[in-house]
Design a protein around this ligand. Structure first.
Ligand code: BDR
Ligand code: CA
Length: 407
């Protein structure tokens, strides 16, 4: 049987499905004039919901036998008449939403992050876990439900977690977010209930129940819930697809002390546990989030959407803009936490470097500082994809486009 190069095999660089799967040249191809049989290696990126996608691929292409699920590639015999281009199309259409848990302390910018996630069909929010941070836990867990109801998403379960940091007293930020934590919109007692399972238990059970490597964690507040889950159930560490978190600062220095960012400062021991966990970690520090400024023209675009979610974002952001304008002199509030969701959706609008980051937990002067070895001057192992910049226009375009689909 003659062998030849497989026609039309998309190379990894141009493959339209690259964000989902990578197609390499087939390792073998056989052709007898009417039937084709090829074995194509499919590379499934670990960061893209790998096991779900392999499952889906198995279901999408009848008669294909995907083997070796545990390795970074799978071999697929092509059936007659199929081409690699068709494969690429099959794969492109496989937009399985990525499963995420949002761990949060709303917070106006947390609220915007939640809305962005709800508006994104690329993401499936398995649950919202609340933590004490910007305001105490009873308020963050109420605020999270208000945001769900605003977007008509009371189907998403909301869980209350830790009401204080692992070893320190709670520090809150009412001066930034107002006494409710969500000043700027109407605050009321939501109809949707808080779940009667502790947030930490939900995180552990969800990670154990879902295929390993298929659930990402998105912390938007102090890292207490995440660290406690990792401490109580070390087995979940390798089941987490990745952690994409808002926290820390390096070149931009601190916002709560001269060297520390709020989320890390509130629970530095918890942050240290997360940074040492070995879980793939992307960090959105102030270095990037202070560039995502909700300027007037950007807010006007959101207001022109004419929906209640857009209007809520304008009111929420306008409230806490006053604080940042006074503090930094900037023209617009930084949308810290939505950068996490935007990074999941469009990592290409951010730039980052994989470096070592350690959290200071001892020095009273620099407590909570995220010490990033940006220039690689130590031999400490890189543990974090530390984001340094964002294309703010692209970020606001993404936010506005997505929020347009909400009520
Ligand atoms: C972080 O602290 C909170 O005030 C915000 O919600 C954000 O998560 C910024 O330092
Ligand atoms: Ca937050």
């Amino acid at each position: 049987m003659p062998r030849r190069t497989f026609p039309g095999t998309p190379g990894p660089a141009t493959n339209p499905a690259r964000s989902v799967l990578e197609l390499a040249a087939p390792s073998s191809f056989a052709w007898n004039g009417t039937d084709a049989q090829a074995t194509v290696r499919i590379f499934v990126a670990r960061t893209h919901n790998r096991s779900n996608r392999i499952d889906l691929l198995r279901r999408s292409v009848n008669a294909c036998n995907i083997c070796d699920e545990g390795s970074p590639s799978a071999s697929i015999p092509l059936v007659a008449g199929q081409s690699a281009i068709q494969f690429a199309k099959v794969e492109t259409s496989m937009h399985v939403p990525r499963d995420i848990i949002i761990d949060t302390d709303p917070g106006q910018d947390d609220a915007v992050a939640m809305l962005l996630a709800f508006a994104s069909e690329e993401l499936r929010v398995l649950g919202i876990t609340c933590v004490a941070g910007n305001v105490p836990l009873d308020l963050t867990s109420r605020n999270a439900r208000i945001v769900c109801e605003l977007a008509n998403r009371s189907d998403i379960p909301v869980f209350a977690g830790c009401d204080r940091p692992l070893v320190r007293p709670l520090v809150t930020a009412e001066e930034v977010h107002g006494n409710t934590g969500l000043d700027g919109i109407d605050i009321y007692e939501p109809d949707m209930p808080i779940q009667d399972v502790h947030a930490v238990e939900f995180i552990i059970e969800t990670l154990r129940k879902h295929p390993a490597g298929s659930v990402s964690l998105c912390p938007l507040g102090p890292l207490t819930n995440i660290a406690l889950a990792l401490n109580l159930a070390p087995d979940i560490g390798e089941r987490v697809e990745q952690i994409v978190m808002m926290g820390g600062a390096y070149f931009e220095v601190g916002n709560v002390t001269p060297t520390a960012e709020f989320n890390v400062f509130v629970d530095p021991e918890a942050a240290g546990i997360v940074f040492r966990s070995g879980i793939p970690l992307t960090v959105l520090p102030l270095d990037a989030t202070h560039k995502a400024l909700a300027t007037r023209p950007r807010l006007e675009s959101l207001g022109r959407l004419g929906n209640k979610s857009g209007a809520a974002i304008v009111s929420l952001t306008s409230f806490y803009e006053r604080f940042d304008r006074r503090k930094y002199g900037t023209m617009g509030a930084p949308l810290h936490d939505p950068c996490v969701i935007a990074h999941l959706l469009k990592p290409e609008i951010f730039s980052s470097k994989f470096v070592n980051v350690e959290v200071e937990t001892a020095s009273p002067l620099t407590l909570g500082m995220t010490v990033a070895d940006w220039w690689g001057v130590t031999d400490r192992k890189a543990n974090a994809n530390f984001v340094g910049d964002v294309d703010a226009d692209a970020f606001f375009e993404l936010l506005t486009t997505k929020v347009a689909s909400l009520p």
